[in-house]
Write a new protein. Structure first.
Length: 163
C-alpha cells in the first residue's frame, strides 16, 4: 500500500500495481478463510495468526494511509469487481473516483500524462514546478501529504548534495 501511495505522489500509478494488490488481497482472504499456516511466524508447534481486516487497517491508519486505502478499495471494487467481504475497509467513492481518473488519464508511472508536458520535460526548475503542480492536484484528497511534499523535496535535495 505504501509503495502504491508513493507512486501516486511521484509520477503516477497504473492498473498494473493495483492488479498486484488485487491478488495480494485474494491470497490474504483465501488464507484467512482456509485458516492455513503461514511460515515465518511463531514456531513449528504454533499456527501462524492471520491478521483480520480491522487489524490491518489499524496498521495502515498508523501510517496515515486510511483515506488512500479506501480509495484503492473503491478502484478494486469498480474495476476488478472485488467483493465487499474481501476489502480491507469501506470504499471511498470521492477519493476512489479521483484515483481512477488519475490512473486512466496518466497511465502506468504517468507515461501517458499529457497535462503540462512542456513543464515536465523542460529542465530542472520546470520539472520541479511540474511536480509541485502535480502534488497540489492531490491537496483536496491528501492535504497533509501534499503540503509536506515540497518541504521534503527541498530537504532531500540538500541531503543528496552532501551524501
Amino acid at each position: 500500500m505504501s509503495h502504491v501511495f508513493s507512486h501516486v505522489f511521484e509520477e503516477g500509478v497504473g492498473l498494473r500495481q493495483l492488479v498486484d494488490y488485487y491478488f495480494v488481497l485474494l491470497s490474504w482472504d483465501n488464507a484467512r478463510k482456509e485458516k492455513c499456516m503461514l511460515r515465518g511466524a511463531g514456531d513449528e508447534n504454533t499456527d501462524c495468526r492471520i491478521l483480520q481486516a480491522d487489524e490491518i487497517m489499524r496498521v495502515v491508519s498508523s501510517f496515515g494511509m486510511a483515506k488512500f486505502a479506501a480509495a484503492v478499495m473503491y478502484v478494486l471494487q469498480q474495476v476488478f469487481a472485488m467483493p465487499d467481504d474481501r476489502l480491507l475497509c469501506a470504499p471511498d467513492e470521492k477519493r476512489g473516483k479521483h484515483l481512477l481518473d488519475e490512473i486512466m488519464l496518466a497511465g502506468n508511472f504517468g507515461q501517458y500524462d499529457r497535462r503540462d508536458e512542456k513543464m515536465r520535460y523542460g529542465g530542472t526548475f520546470s520539472h520541479g514546478m511540474w511536480k509541485l503542480k502535480r502534488v497540489m492536484r492531490l491537496l483536496e484528497y491528501y492535504p497533509e501529504e501534499a503540503l509536506c511534499e515540497p518541504f521534503f523535496r527541498v530537504w532531500h535535495w540538500g541531503w543528496r548534495c552532501f551524501h
